[in-house]
Design a protein around this ligand. Structure first.
Ligand code: ARG
Ligand code: ZN
Length: 854
């Protein structure tokens, strides 16, 4: 054999360079003999040369110790580097052949949590995107699909892999997955686990065995996830006609996990925070998240697994579509308007932030160094918005017909965005060439509108413009579905929601036959992911807040009033406008409105959102001033509502805890009321609720209300005493302290918490609970002395050696640095340079920091 050469320098991979592999895979047999530091992986892979692109056998492989290698039973010449194993075409048999190899790996020392690793005594895997190459030599790319048979040998009682169980005995189990799949969907689990079991009968009458596997002690946190799984299975049959296709569906909860969850065929692996739920330990928000993520991973069985991506540039093909599907599911389970508002809040907070900074990239990127850095809000959330726009443009019927054609035509294949869109072009006869730009053009379009009324005609004139993003200086006009409605002065709707299709840089739409000038409700349901600017006075906003029939826009008007109020407070030192306070009070006390909606309307724009708004208006945001104004407005609201808060708090008791839309909506409004009330009642109501609460939503909610009012020291200690044994609850304990820390104390509090016995940087959930919360505490992170920046940089420098993925992800805390003043910019630049200077910095973090520096 030729020996390992010097480490390969990180390379940039380009979409335009895609080429089919030299070899396809037919079947794969794997035998794992598990041992913490010396697991043996024996592979037998049937390869078939690709007649259309003949060449060397090129396999990926990283951090593997190769013990033996044979082709058709014979030893051959091969070359190994730290990333690849190559057998020259000349040394290969002429037709199909069997490749056999044995490697040794060390799951216990795998702190990157990619490949095969150990978590709380169990073995588990995470292979997406390119983790399988840390398990054995393989063509680790999604267009190579094979049928896997897996044998697991271990004394641990539960041994799982993909597909259906074939046979098992003492110390071993065999699994066979009849569906061919790429290696990123491979999974293996071994541990001392308990199954929460149920079953589901599919639409064609097939019985499926369902299990959620957890560690001892977590059995009582599985029922909600199981119900969500069954609801997802039913929903995908009813809405998309998609049936499950194996005898068994397993979910496993894992404590140490970089992301939320993973859709491995028949064996979904979840971050325990995204599957475990009980009323005593989980908030309503957690229940909602669990429901959505269970659905998301289950829906991947068709959008991702049966039909997968040709290459990783097509990631949004499965992720955007699957997010869209889980959003629709959650809306059906709960409330569409409330879900939509929550989606837009997330989109603006994460995707708009990304799209308007140095990390902006197209939904289908054109290049990457480390693909894990592209599991972003843009690929996921903007990817989902594109599906929603497509549906708006073609209509429901054509949307479902296009999906049906896609499932039919591409089942069992690895495909592209072009393949997906071709189905809709065929079904509708439309030319989708311009629409396809949504996948290639980065940046958030700015849409502005002017209104004119003459005779009986009302004209809306729209202008769109997308600002430059890294690598894309000039932008073309996008196809924008703009949903509008018109409302008469007496509040009646004279034009129900109508979708205008904008394709030009500037375009007018006229509505005739109107008796009087109407008020326009524009971009209903947030029909396109754009930033809308509209010259509209506070009176019109208040009118729409009161009368708009579109719940999203009704909420949006309240939000804009809040934003204007805060901007005036920040920049002109004004007192909050009385009109705004009155309009908000009207919503707060309107019993005819959904409590969840009222809570959302009461919520104030985040400090980060205000900073971006100021920056967009050509100003330099001052984090301390933003913080002070927001606190002042909270106090003003509390005093303005003082006469109604105590009664509302009492009335909104939802009774016996049920994590449904109704109960959670009431509690959400109740917690908003409580956080204001705590500013004026010396914390009495919150202390009372903290003592009596029988569910985590109200226990954590009352603690947060106290901390937000500068109180809660004792409650924090008793919370710890009650919950120190529960990791997921302890994540909240860490997070709440950092989230509510006053700006000048945040860094100190974080430093102290990292010394706490229960802090563990190796656990991504715990690390994020502290440092993710620091990054989200806007004024604390941006404290004038730069202490927040330094603390985060120190932590990232240490974490990078252990876990590059989570490190790179948290670097996004710095992505907005260009918004701020020169002092802050230079302090941040210093920290970024310090990270970059670390010897052996991972390519994940190197790529992120380099892009952020720009
Ligand atoms: N496909 C998974 C999901 O969306 C995400 C896994 C990504 N993991 C990673 N390490 N990049 O549910
Ligand atoms: Zn996904």
């Amino acid at each position: 054999m030729k020996d390992a050469s010097a480490p390969t320098a990180p390379q940039t991979i380009y979409l335009k360079d895609y080429a089919a592999p030299h070899h396809w895979v037919d079947t794969v047999h794997l035998t794992f003999t598990l041992a913490p530091q010396a697991t043996r992986v024996l592979s037998r892979i049937a390869f078939v040369p690709n007649a259309e692109n003949p060449g060397d056998l090129v396999l990926n492989g990283e951090q593997l110790t190769l013990l033996s290698l044979r082709i058709d039973g014979e030893s051959v010449e091969y070359a190994v580097t730290d990333t690849h194993l190559t057998v020259a075409q000349a040394d290969l048999p002429s037709g199909a052949f069997t490749f056999e190899a044995e490697v040794e790996i060390s799951p216990q020392t795998n702190t990157a949590l990619e490949g095969l690793y150990m978590s709380s005594g169990m073995y588990c895997t995470q292979c997406e995107a390119e983790g399988f190459r840390k398990i054995t030599y393989y063509p680790d790319r999604p267009d190579v699909m094979g049928v896997f048979t897996v044998r697991v040998e271990s004394e641990l009682p539960v041994l799982l892999s993909n597909g259906n169980p074939v046979a098992s005995g003492k110390g071993w189990a065999e699994w066979h997955d009849p569906w061919k799949k790429p290696a990123y969907l491979f999974a293996l689990v071994a541990g001392d686990l308990i199954a929460h079991n149920d079953s589901f009968t599919t639409m064609s009458g097939k019985e499926v065995d369902l299990n959620i596997y957890v560690r001892k002690g977590d059995e009582d946190k599985c029922a909600f996830g199981m119900a969500a799984l069954k609801a997802s299975m039913t929903w995908d049959e009813e809405v998309y006609g998609r049936e499950y296709d194996l005898d068994i569906f397993n979910i496993v909860a894992v404590d140490d996990f970089n992301m939320g969850a993973m859709e491995n065929k028949g064996l979904n692996i979840f971050n325990s925070s995204c599957v475990l739920a009980s009323p005593e330990t989980s908030t309503d928000a957690t229940f909602e998240r669990v429901e959505g993520i269970i659905a998301h991973e289950y829906f991947h069985n068709w959008t991702g697994n049966r039909i997968t991506c040709r290459d990783w540039f097509q990631l949004c093909l499965k992720e955007g579509l699957t997010v869209y599907r889980d959003q629709m599911f959650s809306g059906d389970m709960r409330s569409h308007p409330v879900k939509r508002i929550e989606e837009v809040l997330q989109l603006r907070a994460r995707q708009f932030r990304e799209d308007n900074g140095p990390l902006a990239h197209p939904v289908r990127p054109e290049s990457f160094v480390e693909i894990n850095n592209f599991y972003t809000a843009t690929v996921y959330e903007k990817g989902a918005e594109i599906i929603g726009m497509l549906r708006r443009l073609v209509g429901d019927e054509a949307y479902y017909a296009g999906c049906a054609l896609y499932f039919d035509r591409f089942d069992g294949q690895a495909v592209t965005i072009e393949d997906w869109l071709a189905c809709f072009a065929q079904v509708t006869g439309r030319d989708l060439a311009q629409f396809q730009q949504w996948y290639s053009q980065a940046g958030t379009p700015r849409l502005s509108v002017t209104e004119a009324f003459s005779g009986d005609s009302f004209t809306l004139t729209f202008t769109q413009e997308t600002p430059p993003t890294p690598g894309q200086a000039v932008k073309k006009p996008q196809v924008l579905p703009i949903a509008v409605g018109l409302i008469a002065a007496d509040g009646t709707e004279v034009l129900p929601t109508t979708v205008l299709e904008m394709t030009q840089a500037s375009q007018s739409f006229t509505f005739s036959g109107l008796a009087a000038r109407p008020t326009a409700s524009i971009l209903r349901d947030f029909s396109a992911p754009v930033i809308l600017t509209r010259d509209i006075d506070a009176t019109t906003r208040a009118f729409l807040l009161a009368h708009d029939t579109d719940p999203f826009n009704k909420w949006e008007m309240g939000r804009m009033l809040a934003k204007d109020t805060l901007i005036a407070m920040i920049t002109r030192n004004e007192a909050p406008a009385g009109d705004y306070l009155d309009a908000l009070k009207a919503v707060l006390t309107d019993d005819s409105l959904d409590p969840a909606f009222r809570a959302l309307t009461l919520g104030l724009p985040s400090q980060d959102d205000l900073a971006q708004t100021l920056f967009d208006a050509g100003q330099t945001p001052d984090p301390m001033a933003i913080y002070e104004a927001r606190e002042a407005l909270r106090h003003a609201l509390a005093h303005h509502f003082a006469d109604v808060l105590p009664d509302l708090f009492a009335q909104l008791d939802a009774g016996t805890f049920k994590p449904d839309a109704d109960g959670s909506g009431k509690r959400s409004l109740r917690m908003s009321v409580l956080s204001l009330l705590s500013l004026i009642d010396a914390g009495k109501a919150a202390q009372g609720l903290f003592e009596s609460a029988d569910n985590m939503t109200e226990q954590a909610g009352s603690l947060l209300a106290l901390l937000g009012a500068g109180k809660g020291e004792e409650e924090l200690a008793s919370f710890y005493a009650q919950w120190f044994h529960d990791r997921l609850v302890m994540d909240k304990w860490f997070m709440m302290q950092v989230a509510t820390a006053a700006p000048l104390e945040a860094a100190q509090i974080v430093a102290k918490l990292t010394q706490h016995a229960d802090f563990n940087a190796k656990n991504p959930n715990r690390f994020r609970a502290v440092f993710g919360a620091l990054a989200a505490n806007h004024a604390g992170f941006h404290a004038p002395d730069g202490g927040g920046y330094k603390l985060l940089a120190d932590a990232l420098i240490d974490l990078d050696s252990l876990n590059p993925q989570t490190t790179a992800r948290l670097c996004t805390a710095f992505e907005t640095w260009r918004r701020y003043d020169g002092d802050r910019q230079s302090m941040i630049r210093d920290q970024l340079m310090r990270i970059l200077a670390k010897p052996d910095l991972s390519r994940d973090t190197t790529e992120m920091v380099t892009r952020i520096l720009g």
